[in-house]
Write a protein that binds this ligand. Structure first.
Ligand code: PLP
Length: 409
């Protein structure tokens, strides 16, 4: 008898976005003429940079001609893209990442989901709360947790990110082996300083632990004193894997391209305590289970690093950050405490009431969709996330409507 993976039954239904979609549908059915403004889901709204579409067109033409056609590519990514990444995202910032330590993929979601395969079943895992749900659910699927009790899975160590620690957790009292961190953070928009990341790198060295650092939003860091990469911290190459994506950086959410850095110095240990190169393990996994990103998409990603590409993504991302600044200003003026939105496209607002009640109020009275913080973990209760990914005019309109509703609370 073929049996299903029993751990899937522990997963909580993907309640958050389906619940939001249901409430939106109900609102639209009862207000068919209303112009709903969506500042909920974190998807970009602006087109790909012209430098990228031009490169993609050219690559498509190459694929249509026998002389330049390419079949299966290297699973790890073409050298032209791996080298461009190592040069522009790291060497140019004084960080020593080699091109062959970069693994190109179709998403930071897939990579942050799949990386746990490399680690022992009994690895002790720490996840932030609130959290990007992929880190948790993939470990649940892999059988590394018990059931949910009081909104938390048995067997996981939760790193509370609250007002008290300025939404940047410190290492836990109990030892853990695998630590998921994300800065600039989704959902809070909080950023971590060098000193804060150093605490984690020191912890990882001391406990022979590994940090999985999700830097999907690094392109929004404008404060030069903040780290964009965990490898800015000395010794991090031995204890951290970093995930990056072109999704938010350059509007690739529908085009799909990302990458993961696994330094050759990075180690995990076998049962006898002997160090093992994670680079070799991830290479084995990637080449066995992944076919590589398509050639035209990799050419488009390479074009992100051209002078034109850089100028174009800066314009678009500055626009999103301008929206974020406006949201910060308007919501703060209404007397709400918030974090994020300065070096991040997300703003995390303390509602003072239940997340879903606040969400409903903005939906029903202002026709603005946000994301209830409770959907990201128990520490998100009493918060909402607003995303700055939208057109300026829509954000302005949304802020006017919210001020009209919340101004007289
Ligand atoms: N990591 C975080 C923290 C995210 O918020 C997202 C997308 O929203 C991703 C990863 C996924 O990135 P990608 O589109 O490259 O799969």
């Amino acid at each position: 008898m073929i049996r299903v993976n029993p751990h899937y039954s522990k997963l909580q239904a993907s309640y958050l976005f389906s619940a939001i979609a249901k409430r939106m549908a109900e609102f639209q059915a009862s207000h068919p003429d209303s112009d709903l403004i969506k500042l909920g889901i974190g998807d970009v709204t602006h087109a790909l940079p012209a430098a990228c579409t031009e490169a993609m067109h050219k690559a498509v033409d190459e694929m249509g001609c026998d002389a330049t056609f390419r079949g299966y590519g290297p699973e790890q990514g073409y050298d032209f893209l791996r080298e461009a990444i190592a040069l522009n995202d790291f060497a140019a910032r004084g960080i020593a990442v080699q091109a062959d330590e970069v693994f190109v993929s179709d998403g930071a979601k897939c990579d942050t989901a799949n990386i746990q395969e490399l680690f022992a079943q009994d690895a002790r895992i720490a996840v932030p709360d609130p959290v990007y749900p992929v880190y948790v659910d993939t470990n649940v699927m892999a059988g590394r947790t018990g059931e949910v009790q009081d909104e938390r899975y048995d067997g996981l160590v939760y790193l509370d990110s609250t007002e008290d620690n300025h939404y940047v957790p410190t290492p836990p009292a109990q030892p853990v082996d695998l630590i998921y961190l994300c800065f600039p953070n989704n959902p809070t928009g909080a950023t971590a300083t060098h000193a804060q990341l150093k605490t984690w790198v020191d912890y990882a060295h001391e406990h022979q632990a590994l940090i999985l650092f999700d830097a999907a939003y690094e392109a929004f860091v404008r404060d030069d004193s903040l780290p964009r990469s965990i490898y800015e911290i000395e010794g991090a190459d031995e204890v951290a894997i970093e995930f990056r994506s072109f999704s938010k950086t350059a509007g690739f959410t529908g085009t799909r391209c990302a990458y993961t850095v696994v330094p050759k110095a990075c180690r995990a240990y076998d049962a006898e305590g002997n160090p093992q190169e994670l680079h070799a393990l991830w290479n084995r996994r990637h080449t066995t289970k992944f076919n590589g990103v398509s050639y035209p998409v990799q050419r488009a990603a390479e074009a992100v690093f051209s002078a034109a590409g850089q100028a174009q993504i800066t314009t678009v991302n500055d626009g999103y950050l301008g929206n974020a600044a406006l949201i910060r200003e308007k919501i703060s003026a209404l007397g709400y405490a918030l974090v994020g939105g300065e070096n991040s496209p997300y703003i995390w607002i303390k509602t003072g009431i239940d997340s879903w009640d606040f969400f409903d109020r903005l939906l029903n009275d202002a026709a603005v969709v946000t994301t209830p913080g409770a959907g990201f973990g128990s520490c998100g209760q009493g918060y909402i996330r607003i995303s700055a990914f939208n057109d300026r005019s829509k954000v302005e309109e949304a802020m006017q409507r919210i001020a009209a509703v919340l101004g007289n609370r």
